[in-house]
Write a protein that binds this ligand. Structure first.
Ligand code: PLP
Length: 403
C-alpha cells in the first residue's frame, strides 16, 4: 500500500504504547504497576459532570461554531485575565479537540515546507511529529540537567536561523517538570527581540506546580511579546478531563481565524457537551485543583526520595507536572547491564531498561529516548501512594540485581 510521506515519517505515540502494553499485561493477570500515565488519576469533579448532563438534557447536542461556543471563549478570556493577567478578546481565542489538537492545528496553519521550529529537549513526544506532519523541520536544542533542563538564552540564539518560524516553550515541562522563572523567561524574550517568529507557550501544566512562584508567561513580558505569542492550554490536566478533549489557544486573531477555517474543514467543532462542561470547569469552584496538587506534591516526595535511594539513579525534584525524569546513566555501566542489552536488543538503552523493569519488576515506565534523552526514564506519579511505594521498591530490587 502506498502512503503519504508525511505519515511515514511519524510513529505512534510511545507514551500511549507503554500504557497499552501495561494494560495488555494486566489483562493477562500480570501484576503491573503503571508509571506511564499522562493523566491525573482523579475523577472529573462532580459539578463539571453535572454541567455536561445538563447540556445533554437541555438539547445542547448539535453542531456548534467550528471554533467553539462564545460562552466558552468568553470563559477562557476570563481565565486568562484571572490567572495570567492577560487581556484577550473573543476573536483571539479558539477552542480545539484537546491541547494536542491545538498544537497540531497551529503547525498546520503557520508552517510551510522547510520552516524550522525550535524545540528544547527533553520535549513532549508529540511536538516533533506534529511539526513533521506540517512539513516543518524540528530543530532540537539539547538542554542539560545541570541547567535544570532549561534552554539557555545563548542556546536559543545559536539555534535561530532565517528559517525559524516558531519556538516552543513548555513550562512546567513534560517530561522534566522544569518550570522557567520570570527572569529566565525575560532572558529568552530578549533573545527573540524583534524577530518575526511565533512563540508557542504550552501552559497545559501551569496549575500543577510546587514552587509557589507566581505564574509568568512570555506573553506577560511586553506588548510585543504578547503579539508574537500563542498561548496553549486546556482542561485535561487541570480538571482531570483528559477524555473530554477540550484544548484552547489565545493569539493573534489572524492566526485564530485560519485555525478555525482548518477546523471547519476537518473536525468541525469540539464536542458540544464537553464545551459546556469546560465552561463549568473554568468558571466554577477551583478548589478541587488545589486539592489535587496537594496530593500530587505528597506523592512526588515519596517518588523522588525512593528513586534517589536506588543505586545508579538520581532524580531531580520537579517544579511542576506529575512526572519525574530520573537520570539512569549509571545503571548502564553496572555489571549486569550487558546481559540486559543482549536480552532485549532494542536500539536504545532506555528502551532496554524499560523492557527489563516491565518484565523483571512489573513496573511500566516510559523510556527517556521518546522525549529526546536516552539517559533518562519518565515516571508519572499520577497513581496512589501505595503504588508509588511498591513500584519504586520493585525498581530498586530489579536494579540492585544488576550491580
Ligand atoms: N502539551 C503537553 C506538554 C502535554 O503533555 C499534553 C498531554 O499530554 C498536551 C499538551 C495535550 O493534552 P490534551 O490534548 O489532553 O489537552
Amino acid at each position: 500500500m502506498k502512503f503519504s510521506h508525511r505519515i511515514l515519517q511519524v510513529k505512534p505515540s510511545p507514551t500511549l504504547e507503554v500504557i497499552s502494553l501495561a494494560n495488555a499485561l494486566k489483562a493477562k493477570g500480570v501484576d503491573v504497576i503503571g508509571f506511564g500515565a499522562g493523566e491525573p488519576d482523579f475523577d472529573t469533579p462532580g459539578f463539571i459532570k453535572e454541567a455536561a448532563i445538563h447540556a445533554i438534557e437541555s438539547g445542547k447536542t448539535k453542531y456548534t461554531p467550528a471554533g467553539g461556543i462564545t460562552e466558552l471563549k468568553s470563559a477562557v478570556t476570563q481565565k486568562f485575565k484571572r490567572d495570567n493577567n492577560l487581556d484577550y478578546t473573543i476573536k483571539e481565542i479558539t477552542i480545539n479537540c484537546g491541547g494536542k489538537h491545538s498544537f497540531y492545528n497551529l503547525m498546520q496553519v503557520i508552517l510551510n515546507k522547510g520552516d524550522e521550529v525550535i524545540i528544547p529537549a527533553p520535549y513532549w513526544v508529540s511536538y516533533p511529529p506534529m511539526v513533521l506532519l506540517a512539513e516543518g523541520v524540528p530543530v532540537i536544542v539539547e538542554t542539560e540537567e545541570k541547567h535544570g533542563f532549561k534552554m539557555l538564552p545563548g542556546q536559543l540564539r545559536e539555534a535561530l536561523t532565517k528559517k525559524t518560524r516558531a519556538v516552543v516553550l513548555n513550562s512546567p515541562s513534560n517530561p522534566t517538570g522544569a518550570a522557567y522563572d520570570k527572569s529566565e523567561i525575560a532572558a529568552i524574550a530578549e533573545v527573540i527581540g524583534d524577530r518575526d517568529i511565533i512563540i508557542v507557550s504550552d501552559d497545559i501544566y501551569e496549575m500543577i506546580r510546587y514552587t509557589g512562584d507566581p505564574l509568568f508567561n512570555i506573553a506577560n513580558v511586553s506588548k510585543e511579546m504578547k503579539k508574537k505569542s500563542v498561548v496553549l492550554n486546556g482542561v485535561s490536566k487541570t480538571y482531570a478531563m483528559t477524555g473530554w478533549r477540550i484544548g484552547y489557544m489565545a493569539g493573534a486573531s489572524s492566526i485564530i481565524e485560519q485555525i478555525e477555517t482548518l477546523q471547519s474543514q476537518s473536525t468541525s467543532n469540539p464536542t458540544s457537551i464537553s464545551q459546556w462542561a469546560a465552561v463549568a470547569a473554568i468558571t466554577g469552584d477551583q478548589s478541587a485543583v488545589g486539592e489535587m496538587v496537594k496530593t500530587f506534591e505528597q506523592r512526588k516526595k515519596i517518588m523522588v526520595s525512593g528513586l534517589n535511594e536506588t543505586p545508579g539513579i538520581s532524580c531531580t525534584d520537579p517544579d511542576g507536572t506529575f512526572y519525574v525524569f530520573p537520570c539512569v546513566e549509571k545503571v548502564y555501566s553496572m555489571n549486569g547491564w550487558r546481559r540486559i542489552e543482549q536480552k532485549y536488543g532494542n536500539a536504545f538503552k532506555s528502551s532496554n531498561l524499560s523492557s527489563y523493569l516491565l518484565e523483571e519488576a512489573g513496573v511500566a515506565v516510559v523510556p527517556g529516548v521518546a522525549f529526546g534523552s536516552d539517559n533518562h526514564l519518565r515516571l508519572s506519579f499520577a497513581t496512589s501512594e501505595g503504588n508509588i511505594m511498591n513500584g519504586v521498591k520493585r525498581i530498586g530490587e530489579a536494579v540492585r540485581k544488576l550491580t
